[in-house]
Design a protein around this ligand. Structure first.
Ligand code: GDP
Length: 692
């Protein structure tokens, strides 16, 4: 029959992992008693070790679900806290410490918590049992304990002593049974005394006759009877060397037998009284097995019902689609890599070229503004008198060294810009932005951990590649720093392109003017403000002070906007003039490059771009496209432990719910199969017993 209990306890543990449902469990033995009734001593005598929290300050604040597993062929004795993942703990002092910490973690103001601590103890010396230790009843609250402590403990105990659990009601022999809190509590929920076992501890503290009469009690009859014990742990076994390792069962039972055999008249074989820890163990095993077996049918029915619900949810919500954390990760990763592959096909040399060209166009506009178009002013004081170089440009003498100098300096600025770094960074940033976009449209978007992992993977590859690439690219464009030859076709292309760029810039400028105009409150208002600023700048109006507090009837905010409008207006004017110049006959030929710096610089930028895009395509793109999927496999595939994969999948609430249903369903099916096997075993044993 032992095997049955073991199996049922296993099933009970399995059901604990299914979830909270009250009906979804097998009965256990619930241990109740007042503080100092000897409750811990009884449990420790059964286990054979001191392991329960001790101390004056109410150390048991949470239920302890204690599962004892008999391991007949093993020598080692150890405990496990399945929820904590601490592994096997062979030192029972350590178990005691852990239990104390877990209990003391319950905030003082909450008094007690009904969240149970699960502890399993494996030993060749323990019986297969499932016991729940509850906080001891208190009579009076200590001065440092909350007033409602007494009620909270009683409520907690009441929750656990409901049927079909067996109640182990502990009372000390030196207290009148009429005053036993545990018996009173048990009577409330089990008035006919059908599922309560009475334990009278400290039998040695009363005279044998009185002790015997308590065990034979008729006032509070219990169908399962009373057991008298002497569980005080003998002093010598608590010595420093034996604590935590030696088994104390023998020491206790020796002490106990000595007491009971010293009183043969009261407790001898003829007395018909149940005494001794050994008998208590036997009784507990027998009663638990009977109770669990009797509950099998009801529990199995409850599981069937739960399973039906889970199956229905699985079908309706998830279309019977199987899912595991591993399969979810594998599918997500595949889909992501597929999307990445698609991206690699759409992002090649041409795209790199476009990005680079756009970047260099902006650089050219800056250079032109600096060296040719500049009309500096940033306050209301008149500008320095400068020759109007721009209007001279088309008419200038091609042999004038000023124009040679300007163009050479501009072109040198461009080639010495650090194109290697700039181009590599721009393309690497573009790639990273695309990866970010791919993540946000993938199923990884709901997973902070995966998002971070992927982003880090691409960032680290790009960082490593960029290092060498930018240096090597710089070497590739080195020749252009010294000499630039242009073909006619290159000149023509540059002319077309810069025309488009200038037009685009002009469009942007006009749009910005419109925006400022509407900020200023219309055309007229803008005209008034800009007119005033122009007059100041030409020296026609002299400001008193620096104008920061407003001037000419305009507030300083209006003047600021006005300056912006003047700047944009001047810029648009220059752009229009330069557009005309670029489109003029003079700029049609590369011979006139000094008149047409825009065209020349654009053609240079184009040459630089062609070198850079070829190089970046080969060095940055191809290598990234090769390495990135492999890095993903390492970081998200092989690199993760099963629990990390589980944690990853559960980050998405939708997936978490799906996984829960799948898991719950599988677990319930498993438990049902186990129960079915158990019932067959039970039937077989019954047949054998009846034949025997
Ligand atoms: P709990 O508060 O109900 O868990 O009680 P404990 O098991 O800690 O016991 C309270 C006190 O009673 C301790 O000092 C024990 O040593 C002592 N004690 C427990 N059982 C016996 C017993 O059978 N005989 C005697 N004389 N003392 C006992």
């Amino acid at each position: 029959m032992m095997l049955l209990t073991k199996k049922m306890i296993e099933i009970r543990s399995l059901l604990q992992t299914v979830g909270q449902s009250e009906s979804l469990t097998l009965p256990s033995i619930v241990v109740i008693g007042s503080q100092s009734s000897g409750k811990s001593s009884v449990l420790e005598a059964i286990v054979g070790h001191e392991f329960l929290p001790k101390g004056s300050n109410m150390v048991t604040r949470r239920p302890i679900e204690l599962t004892l597993v008999n391991t007949p062929d093993a020598h080692a004795e150890y405990g496990e806290f399945p929820a904590l993942g601490l592994g096997k703990i062979t030192d029972f002092v350590q178990i005691q410490k852990t239990l104390t910490d877990l209990n003391l973690a319950v905030p003082e103001k909450d008094c007690v918590s009904d969240d149970p601590i699960q502890l399993r103890i494996y030993s060749p010396n323990v019986p297969d049992l499932s016991l729940i230790d509850l906080p001891g009843y208190t009579q009076v609250s200590g001065h440092d304990q909350p007033a409602e402590l007494k009620e909270r403990i009683a409520e907690l105990c009441d929750k656990y002593i409901q049927p079909p659990n067996v109640i182990l009601a502990i009372s000390a022999a030196d207290v009148d049974l009429a005053n036993s809190t545990s018996l009173r509590a048990s009577r409330r929920v089990d008035p006919r005394g059908e599922r309560t076992i009475g334990v009278i501890t400290k039998m040695d503290l009363v005279d044998a006759e009185r002790g015997a009469s308590m065990l034979a009690d008729k006032k509070y009859p219990l169908r399962l009877g009373y057991v008298g014990v002497v569980c005080r742990i003998p002093q010598q076994s608590t010595g420093i060397f034996s604590r935590g390792s030696a088994n104390i069962t023998n020491a206790i039972t020796r002490n106990e037998s000595a007491y009971f055999s010293a009183h043969p008249e009261e407790f001898g074989p003829g007395s018909d009284l149940d005494v001794g820890t050994k008998n208590l163990r036997k009784k507990l095993m027998y009663v638990l097995e009977q109770t669990m077996a009797a509950s099998l049918a009801t529990t199995s029915e409850a599981i069937h019902q739960e399973l039906a619900e889970a199956t229905y949810e699985y079908k309706v919500q998830y279309n019977d689609r199987p899912l595991s954390a591993e399969s979810y990760l594998a599918e997500s990763l595949d889909a992501f890599k597929h999307a990445f592959k698609g991206f690699t096909e759409s992002f090649g040399r041409a795209e790199v070229r476009a990005i680079l060209k756009h970047e260099l166009d902006q650089q050219i506009l800056n250079l032109l503004a600096q060296r040719y178009w500049n009309k500096p002013f940033d306050d209301l004081t008149p500008p320095l008198i400068e020759p109007d170089l721009l209007s001279e440009l088309p008419r200038s003498d091609p042999d004038n060294p000023l124009w040679h100098l300007k163009l050479d300096a501009s072109s040198a600025s461009l080639t010495k810009l650090g194109i290697g770094r700039l181009a590599t960074t721009v393309v690497a940033n573009a790639l990273q932005a695309h990866i970010d976009r791919l993540i946000s449209t993938s199923s990884f978007s709901a997973h902070p951990f995966a998002r971070q992992t992927i982003t880090q993977a691409s960032a680290s590859i790009l960082r490593d590649l960029s290092y060498d690439t930018s240096d090597e690219l710089e070497i590739c464009i080195k020749p252009y720093k010294y000499r630039i030859e242009l073909e006619d076709s290159e000149w023509a292309r540059g002319r077309d392109n810069i025309t488009a760029v200038l037009k685009g810039e002009l469009r942007d400028c006009d749009a910005a003017i419109k925006a400022v105009e509407s900020d200023l409150g219309g055309k007229k208002k803008m005209k008034d403000v800009t007119g005033f600023i122009d007059r100041v700048r030409s020296g026609e109006v002299v400001l008193e002070g620096d104008g920061t507090g407003g001037a000419g009837g305009f507030s300083s905010a209006l003047l600021r906007k006005g300056r912006e409008a003047v700047f944009l207006r001047d810029r648009a004017e220059i752009l229009r003039m330069r557009l005309m110049a670029v489109r003029s006959k003079q700029c049609a030929s590369k011979k006139n490059k000094y008149y047409c710096p825009e065209v020349f610089l654009d053609a240079v930028a184009d040459k630089l771009t062609s070198t850079a895009d070829l190089f970046l395509d080969a060095e940055l793109l191809s290598k990234f496209y090769y390495n990135f999927p492999r890095e993903l496999d390492t970081r998200l595939g092989r690199g993760l432990t099963p629990s990390e994969i589980e944690r990853f999948a559960r980050e998405d609430p939708k997936i978490r719910r799906h996984l829960d249903v799948v898991h719950r369903k599988a677990l319930l099916e498993h438990v049902l199969t186990e129960i079915e096997a158990l019932r067959q075993l039970e039937a077989r044993e019954k047949r054998v017993a009846s034949r025997g």
